[in-house]
Design a protein around this ligand. Structure first.
Ligand code: UD1
Length: 418
């Protein structure tokens, strides 16, 4: 297992190229299961979750190649219908193959993903929706089995705008002749990216990015050539690192339109943000920010995936502020680690109160999930002295070459064997 050692207190300045979006790439790669034809997806970030998807698709019978951020998928023989525990437990998003496989083969079996450090994460919304389309649900040996003699297009309303359920159902409906109408859909930009990919494959998808999506499916979908959108969570993490440590950082290959709630909160905190087509520049003195309350919400609200890095930034606020976590029930594990670095935070249920401190001090800390790990990086670059971040395999799941990008921005960071 590797650790990061970061010597904080230097500015984060220069230029960083933002990678393709992990959360857009994962469903688009799952969508390649919808077609027999070759798919070529560009701007795919080289990170652990993509390697897990590579393993999963290969296991299911696809032939994948991945290099230079291009992921190619071929189909040469029949596909399996079973996503086993060993692959699904590594990455919850593995269950995104359920929609495509159910649509193609009327049968799919996948391991129940189980909970993780940020919450219970049930899959009832996915299953309810599949049932409405005619699937029967049964359980065996920790797996869910979905079968359908015939799937039918449906009009259905999600009880909560789940990102994964919206994606799974969009993919399933794309290969189903007739019109499916999904209400109370997630509106995240990654859903729009998936919709663009499905349209290129031959489906008709209207309304992605709004809460009502109408999909007119077809009997067969074509192969796909596609370039994944920029990663807005990576963009936000770098914005927060520069805001916390100080410096002028230009982020390339990204888009300010994806960053509205975060940019708004950063500006309120006193950070200067400018943008041009395809780039965002952050300028921060590295002084103590103004305290700003945030509450995570489904898009277009403040993204839960940036809540932890935001808390790291607010740890040095000039005053007190609150963070409300409305999406996941247990997403404050980073608070205790930030307190090891001198932060003053009280967590009650889904609310954290942060009383800003003059400075953070480097310390040995531990990442508990991808974004908690990102928060520790934001804190460590702004802290005085040396931090050791353990369990960085979580960070490697979601951030491509993060130490190289930080080093190029002036951060003293090393990856060392534990
Ligand atoms: C996706 C993102 C993740 C992000 C999350 C919320 C990917 C690969 N991951 O995860 O980074 O944090 O959106 O923006 O895109 N829920 C249920 N029942 C369900 C499904 C979800 O109760 O059937 C609950 C979850 O437990 C959670 C909330 O709904 O509390 C949001 O989950 P969801 O939007 O489905 O997130 P994911 O698609 O898993």
């Amino acid at each position: 297992m590797d650790n990061f050692i970061i010597h904080g207190g230097r500015t984060v300045s220069g230029e960083v190229k933002i990678s393709g979006s992990k959360n857009a790439a994962l469903p688009i790669l799952a969508a390649t299961m919808l077609t027999r034809e070759k798919c070529e997806i560009k701007n795919v970030p080289d990170l652990m979750d993509i390697k897990s998807t590579f393993e999963l698709l290969n296991y299911m019978g696809k032939r994948c190649f991945f290099g230079f951020n291009t992921f190619t998928v071929h189909e040469t023989s029949g596909l399996k219908h079973h996503a086993p525990y060993d692959l699904v437990r590594k990455m919850r998003a593995s269950m995104l193959v359920a929609g495509p496989l159910l649509a193609r083969f009327k049968k799919v079996r996948f391991s129940l993903p189980g909970g993780c450090s940020i919450g219970v994460r049930p899959i009832d919304i996915h299953l309810e929706a599949f049932k409405k389309m005619g699937a029967a649900v049964s359980y065996e040996g920790g797996d869910v089995i979905l079968t359908a003699a015939r799937l039918r297009p449906a009009r259905l309303k999600f009880r909560f705008p789940s990102v994964g359920a919206t994606e799974n159902l969009m993919m399933c409906a794309s290969l189903l002749k007739g019109t499916t109408v999904l209400e109370n859909c997630a509106r995240e930009p990654e859903i729009e990216d998936l919709a663009r990919a499905l349209v290129k494959m031959g489906a008709s998808v209207e309304g992605a990015g709004t809460s009502l999506i109408r999909i007119s499916g077809v009997d067969e979908l074509k192969g796909l050539k596609y370039e994944v959108m920029p990663d807005r969570i990576e963009t936000g993490t770098f914005m927060l690192a520069a805001a916390a440590a100080g410096g002028t950082l230009k982020l390339l290959n990204t888009d300010i339109a994806l960053m509205k709630p975060v940019a708004r909160a950063l500006k309120k905190a006193g950070v200067k943000i400018t943008s041009e087509k395809g780039s965002i520049t952050i300028t921060s003195s590295g002084g103590r920010p103004k305290p700003v309350n945030i509450a995570t919400k489904p898009h277009p609200g403040f993204p839960t995936d940036l809540q932890a890095p935001w808390m790291a930034f607010m740890a040095r606020a000039k005053g007190s502020c609150e963070v409300h976590e409305a999406i996941f029930e247990n997403r404050f594990m980073h608070a205790a680690e930030l307190m090891r670095m001198g932060a003053d935070i009280t967590v009650t249920d889904r609310k954290a109160v942060i009383r800003g401190v003059e400075r953070l001090l480097g310390a040995p800390v531990m990442a508990s999930d991808i974004r908690a790990g990102a928060a520790l990086i934001v804190a460590a670059v702004a802290a005085k002295g040396k931090s050791i971040i353990r369990r960085i395999y979580h960070i490697d799941r979601g951030y491509e070459k993060i130490e190289n990008k930080l080093r190029l921005s002036g951060v003293r960071i090393e990856r060392v064997k534990a």
